[in-house]
Every structure is written in C-alpha cells, then in structure tokens.
Design a protein around this ligand. Structure first.
Ligand code: AMP
Ligand code: ZN
Length: 453
C-alpha cells in the first residue's frame, strides 16, 4: 500500500502522487493570533503534524516543505488592540497583541509535540505580494476596484463552488457576505478594503487599506511553495468560503490548480456539545495543560479518532489516553530501548490509509503486547508519541504543590533505612505519607521506583 488521502476535491480516497517527489509541498491555514488556542484549534496542527512526519519518512526530511501561516492582520486583532493603552500607536498595539498570542500558540503546539513547520509565513510580511496578486486579478478581469475596496468577481470564474459543491444560493447564504452597494454581484468577496487612520493599513494603488483574509493564503502559498502545491489542509469549516475563495484567486491569477489534494479535519465537541463562547464551554489547550494533563495525553486523545470523524472531548477520553500512555511508558521504564530504524509496517500501513490513527494506535498496542519495544518506539515516534523519558513521564509534576523529586528521593531513602532497621511501622508511614502526596512507590528487584498517581 502506498499513501492514499481522502481528497475533498474528488470526494474519494486518492493515491497520493506528489508533483515532484524531491519537493513535496503542504500548506495548512494557521491561527489568527488574537486569542489563545482552544482544544478544537489544536486538532488541525496535530493531525497535519502526523502527515508531515509520514511524508518526511517517505520522501526524506529535506524533501518536504510544510508552511503553516500566522494571520497577524484581521479585524478581530484590531478589536483586541483597541482595548490596549490608547497612548500607544495602533501598529504597536497590534504588534503587542499578535506577538503575545503567537508566542502562546507556539508554546501550546510544542507542548503537544507538534514539530515546527518548515516555514511560518506572516501575513503582514507579504502585503506587497498580495497587492501584486490583486493587480493580476484586476488585469485578468477577475477583480475590480470600487469605493476604496477591491472585490473578486465570482461570476468571472466558472470553477467557483467545485470544492464545496454548493449551488450559488447556498453559497451566498453560507458566506454571509455583506450586501454592499459597490458589489457587482452579491457573491463577490473582498480582496482589499480601506483602513481608517486608527486601523492598520498599507499604501496601495487603491489607497491606504488592508487585505481581506482569503488573499493572504493565496499570496503566501505562491511566495513560499509555488503556484501549484500538493496538499492543502485545514478544518472542515474552512472549505467554504475560505478555501473556495483561495482557489478562485489563485486559479484565476495563475491558470493552474492551487492544490491537488485538499484535506479537512472534522470538528471537536465538548461533552457532546458544540464548543462555543455563548455556551461558555470553550476549553483552552493551556487550561487543559494547567490542570495537569500532559501534552502527550492531549495529543493521543486528539489522535484517538480518525481525523475526518467528529471527536468528542470528555474526561473519559482524557483518562483513557493517560492510561494508555502509562501502560506503554511502564513497559519502556527501566529498559534501554532504541527505536527500530524502520517504523513497523502495521503502523505505516494504517497511516498510509488516509491517516488511520485509531488503527495505528491499535498496532502500537499489539507491539506492546508482543514486547517489541524497539518497534513500539519507532511506531510511536511516527505519531509523535512516547517522546519523553519514561522516568520523567511518571515523575513529572502536575502542580505547584507537588513534592519535588529530591524530596521524594529523600523520603524513599529514609524508608529504605527504616526497613533495613526492621522498623516497618516507620517504613509504612513514609509510604502512606507519600501516597497522600500523590506519589506511588513500587518495590521491585532493582529497588524502589516511584511515580506520580
Ligand atoms: P479559527 O481560529 O476559528 O480560524 O480556527 C483555526 C483552525 O481551527 C481552523 O483550521 C479551524 O478549522 C479549526 N477549528 C476551529 N474550531 C474547531 C473545532 N471545534 N474542531 C476542530 N477544528 C476546529
Ligand atoms: Zn487559508
């Protein structure tokens, strides 16, 4: 079996054949940096990180170019910046917001074992490319300037709607596009819009303004990956209008397909409810980690369902994921295991079948049952799991009130001395005292090991 991916464009599981195996290109729409990532936002970067790892394994680490952008110009960012000290210039306030939330985002992703992408282009570094792209669209008759805005003229592109397979009325309703007097067609969408003095803006042939969201990705893809790329990914809510609009812009500017494989992950719910601000159930990655759930546990939980299926986040899922990792780390603990040079075929084949992570995790469990620890480690690495030192896994603290490792070791030494002196009452008291502090002792042939409960 070779890699097959479900392609939203064809609605089929297609064999993946890169245009150039020496330069496999992938783009995933990244975060808008004005708020902290919630657990749903973590699903695309974790899922596409597994694909990144798989592609690197197949084509070579230097042959895969993965770009995940940072959207650092957007009206929601402006709103967050407005709340800061009005004495500061607006651009400084914007930078304060985007810099802070980008750093938070990268911290959260690192905690989940997400590899840094090859490139992380920032929208504000590509304004010139966006302007050039818009000029090309105007020259080709696909866009027009009106009232300080530039709009993409949807009826000028026959292929519009091919990705989402929506009809025109659905598209207009679904995009919730503004009805504006300067629009030639209700479906037309914004490429450029005017900025007031207290909004971020750049000089352009249409006056001082800022780009629409969709044009950012088209410009950054072309600048870093080329006019046509292999894989484009994101959450399924991006199929329409965002990805449909990216296609319209790039295809009309370049007369070439934007991406040949379009991948979309399903949505994550919380306790069977849609996550939303109005329901008050938005759960941040940072909150989950702060509550003592380890990053790898979060990662395993996110990979426990197939990426195209819905995934419900609940306590049971987290508990189950922790237990699975405790068991696997328990097997590795105290062993000197080097990962096998090749990931086991069962794991690779599961992932090559449209990233079937549940099947890959089942294969890991079988390797664990068979005590093939070298294979287990190699397979887990492809999934970004079992990357910690086993002792650190069990002994890593989860809260400020935890006893530190030195204190625990000192109590264990005191208990060993008490046992030596046949003072079992004291030895048992120390064990109970540690247990009350959340530390479990396990006596074995090599002495006493400990872990946090
Ligand atoms: P946003 O900040 O809303 O643009 O979302 C950033 C990324 O997270 C996009 O790729 C979305 O598709 C994805 N996303 C947002 N909410 C969820 C969710 N509940 N489940 C899965 N993916 C999501
Ligand atoms: Zn995008």
């Amino acid at each position: 079996m070779s890699l097959h991916l479900y392609n939203t464009l064809t609605r089929a599981k297609d064999a993946f054949i890169p245009a150039d195996p020496r330069r496999v290109t992938m783009y995933v729409c990244g975060p808008t940096v004005y708020t902290r990532a919630h657990i749903g936002n973590a699903r695309p970067p974790v899922v596409f990180d597994v694909l990144f790892r798989l592609l690197r394994r197949t084509y070579g680490a230097d042959q895969v170019v993965y770009a995940r952008n940072i959207t650092d110009v957007e009206d929601k960012i402006n709103k967050a910046a407005e709340a800061l000290d009005p004495a500061l210039p607006i651009n400084d306030r914007i930078k304060a917001v985007t810099g802070k939330y980008e750093a938070f985002y990268l911290d959260d992703m690192a905690a989940l074992g997400v590899l840094p992408p090859t490139i992380d282009p920032h929208a504000t570094d590509h304004i010139a490319q966006m302007i050039t792209l818009i000029e090309r669209l105007i020259a080709h008759g696909n866009a027009y300037a009106a009232d300080g805005h530039v709009l993409f003229n949807v009826p000028s592109f026959d292929g519009y709607g091919a990705l989402s397979r929506r009809n025109r009325d659905d598209m207009i309703a679904g995009a919730r596009v503004e009805v504006a007097p300067y629009k030639r067609d209700p479906a037309d969408f914004v490429l450029w819009k005017p900025s007031t003095a207290d909004q971020p803006g750049w000089d352009s042939p249409w006056g001082r303004g800022r780009p629409g969201w969709h044009i950012e990705c088209s410009a950054m893809i072309e600048a870093h990956l080329g006019r046509s790329i292999d894989i484009h990914g994101g959450g399924q809510d991006l199929i329409f209008p965002h990805h449909e609009n990216e296609i319209a812009q790039s295809v009309c500017a370049n007369h070439a397909p934007l991406a040949r494989y379009w991948l979309h992950n399903g949505f994550l719910s919380i306790d069977a409810e849609k996550m939303s601000k109005s329901l008050g159930n938005v759960l941040l990655v940072s909150e989950i980690l702060a509550a003592g759930v380890k990053g790898e546990t979060v990662r395993l939980a996110l990979l426990s369902a197939h990426y195209r299926q819905p995934l419900d986040w609940n306590d049971q899922l987290v508990e189950q994921s922790k237990r699975t990792l405790d068991r696997l780390y328990g097997l590795l603990r105290g062993q000197d295991v080097t990962a096998a040079a090749e990931a086991p075929a069962a794991v690779v084949e599961a992932l090559e079948d449209d990233l079937n992570t549940p099947l890959a995790l089942a294969a890991l469990a079988r390797l664990a049952d068979a005590r093939d620890l070298a294979g287990l480690k190699a397979g887990a690495t492809l999934l970004g799991l079992l990357q910690q030192d086993p002792d650190a896994w069990f002994q890593g603290g989860t809260g400020d009130s935890d006893l530190d490792a030195d204190a625990i070791e000192a109590r264990i030494a005191a208990r060993a001395a008490a046992k030596q002196a046949r003072d079992f009452k004291t030895a048992d008291a120390i064990r109970d005292e540690l247990k009350a502090a959340g530390v479990v002792l396990e006596d074995g042939p090599a002495g006493t090991v400990w872990r946090r409960a």
